[in-house]
Design a protein around this ligand. Structure first.
Ligand SMILES: [Zn+2]
Length: 175
């Protein structure tokens, strides 16, 4: 059973990336470990598919998410976490995902794959929008993607990461 989900980035696709945290560290934390987790998460963002996610959808969810992460981080000039797909494989996975046909994009997605397709599409639209700016958390283990919401330049995704970075730098100095 996964922990509760966080919706802190301001964008569904970035919250999707954030279902796996501490990705740059030795022990990433996975929130989507079962089909039921996927169902709950999609439900929470208004993308509950007509056909509930099945256990064999889980691999697709992880594949699409890590492909999206690799493409987004590359675009933002951020290093990729260990075991990321290479850019060609990631791009191909996203192409496959967005090729999922949906005849009615207004109502609920008909499948888990269709829900993923909408998330990927929203990411590519947002990343190309000149008025939107996305940042990656400066806490090295975190690297979470979030949107720049204010006039002050935010370096960390959450106060928690700011504190973590402060503690790390303090330790670095005292050792
Ligand atoms: Zn962070």
């Amino acid at each position: 059973m996964a922990d509760e989900f966080a919706f802190t980035t301001g964008h569904t696709w970035a919250d999707f990336l954030a279902t796996r945290t501490n990705v740059h560290g030795p022990a990433p934390a996975e929130s989507l470990t079962t089909a039921e987790d996927v169902r709950r998460w999609l439900d929470a963002v208004g993308l509950a598919p007509d056909h509930a996610p099945r256990p064999d959808d889980l691999a697709l969810v992880h594949e699409v998410r890590e492909a999206l992460r690799a493409v987004v981080l590359t675009r933002l000039g951020h290093p990729l976490p260990p075991r990321s797909p290479d850019l060609a494989a990631a791009t191909a996975a996203l192409r496959r995902s967005t090729a999922t046909a949906e005849h009615d994009p207004v109502t609920a997605p008909n499948s888990c794959a269709a829900a993923l397709s909408r998330i990927v599409t929203s990411a590519t639209v947002d990343l190309g929008h000149p008025a939107l700016r996305f940042l990656t958390c400066a806490e090295p283990v975190c690297g979470k993607v979030f949107s720049d919401r204010g006039d002050t330049r935010q370096r960390y995704c959450t106060p928690r990461c700011a504190t973590r970075a402060r503690v790390r730098s303090h330790r670095g100095k005292s050792s």
